[in-house]
Design a protein around this ligand. Structure first.
Ligand code: HEM
Length: 155
């Protein structure tokens, strides 16, 4: 069965425990990699809930049980990050933490490669949504300034 079919990826990752261990390793990397300093600073100092959330999300994302919504309700990943400053550097730092976390795990190489390729998709989507929001804010500010100027010209 190919990764992406049913719960094949979830099982190949080692199920709930395997994903929990991967996410714990991911956040250890976020704490220690210098490239991840900025994104680590966006998180709370205590990562217990954050780890629980990402681990639960990845269970469903890999085709396993929808453990995130069971506990925390529905989520849209890009919108959940729209308030953060995520550009290419932040996206790449996040993926780098995952790449490093995967290096230490005894998982098949093709699974590791598949996960990194697939995780790029939501990570890039987050970057795009954040950029669109920033652009929209810029347009709103420009429109407000135009209106103020027009107001100033009104006799
Ligand atoms: C692109 C780079 C990313 C950055 C910089 C980033 C950063 C963050 C931050 C700062 C939080 C809030 C943590 C907290 O307050 O507890 C968060 C939450 C979360 N992130 Fe990310 N993240 C990124 C990518 C991703 C990706 C690709 C996924 C999933 C595949 C993901 C899944 C989650 C989940 C499930 C939460 C919890 C959301 C909530 O409950 O509102 N993140 N992320």
């Amino acid at each position: 069965m190919a990764f992406g079919d049913g719960d094949a990826t979830f099982r190949a990752c080692g199920g709930i425990e395997g994903i929990q261990e991967l996410v714990e390793a991911f956040y250890v990397r976020m704490d220690t990699l210098s490239e991840a300093k900025r994104i680590r600073a966006m998180h709370p100092s205590d990562l217990e809930v954050t780890i629980d959330k990402l681990a639960r999300f990845l269970c469903g994302w890999t085709g396993g049980p929808k453990r995130f919504s069971e506990k925390y309700g529905p989520i849209k990943i890009p919108l959940a990050h729209a308030h953060l400053e995520v550009g290419e550097a932040e996206r790449d730092a996040w993926l780098l933490c995952m790449e490093h976390a995967l290096v230490d795990r005894s998982l098949p190489e093709d699974l590791k490669q598949y996960l990194i390729e697939q995780l790029y998709v939501p990570a890039e989507r987050i970057r795009v949504v954040v950029a669109e929001r920033a652009e929209k804010r810029g347009e709103d500010i420009a429109q407000e300034a135009d209106r103020a100027l027009e107001g100033g010209r009104t006799p």
